[in-house]
Write a protein that binds this ligand. Sequence first.
Ligand code: CP
Length: 339
Amino acid sequence: MAQGSHGLMTTSKYAAGSLLSIADLPVAEVSAVLAETARLETMPQSERAKMLAGRRVALLFYESSTRTRTSFELAAKSLGATTTLVSDKSSSIEKGESLKDTGLTLRALGAECIILRHPASGAPFLLARETGLPVLNAGDGMHEHPSQALLDLRTMLTRLYGSERAAAVNAASLRGVTVVITGDILHSRVARSNAMLLPRLGAKVLLCGPERLLPEDARGLGEGVEIVRDFDGALRRACSEGLAVAMMLRIQKERLAGLELNLGDYIARYQLNAERLAACAPEALVMHPGPMIRGMEITGDVADGANSAIEDQVTHGLAVRSALLVRALGVGGFESVRV
Ligand code: CP
């Protein structure tokens, strides 16, 4: 077992406190993140602001973001950290500087943790290896978005069972819950991270979409994950088996690479609209990681309706990312695992 850069025990070759893949977090550690999230949320702001006082956090974004970037930044600031944002559009990345050199530069400037969004799958692993710093994966290509899966989990627990059930989890916490993830699964790091996390807590995950956006070889995501093509049937099945969650995804035009879709047909088969929701899953919790394209994968009335947890997801993102920063920098509820 290695000792991480901040004295945390780790079995990984990356710095303790890194979050590169949701697969790296055992259920007990997921539970610890949720417990710390709850603890930070009830802490007086004057105390919160001391948690990371004097610490330096860098946000390194090679792709656009509203929710992830802003919530990590606001979370770090509310904990007292100093933050700096480096984006590919306004930095020496535009001149051709490599990810490695950008990371080493941030480390030389005193960054103690880097939050990275990058279009290349696996980029956070490279950055973590080259800098030795804790790295938080804020979305890498078509690979993963682990903090999104954690905030989605907290949103589900809170909306389905109440906030008191959202501060700890075990392998049965989501037993009886079926999550229908629908849309552009092929390009979705959100779908992948959720499909890797939720079944470990007892949920069933149904991945739903047309062949082009959900190829048969998407199988192999693990136990508790199935591919279905019929959205109405999936929603009905989710309701009949217990608690239903409809998680909608945007079609990622920027990653389609020439793939043509008949949008009229797509909307007819896969759009979550008020009629479909009422007919197939009137009690379902409606989620979307954003950004949403209203009128495409979801209609405005459903997005703004009583079943929707979409704004809750954003709020939980701020809370969960606070805990991830505390974990990355080895303080708060994560101090106890220091050696
Ligand atoms: N869900 C999500 O990652 O949103 P942003 O791209 O706005 O960060």
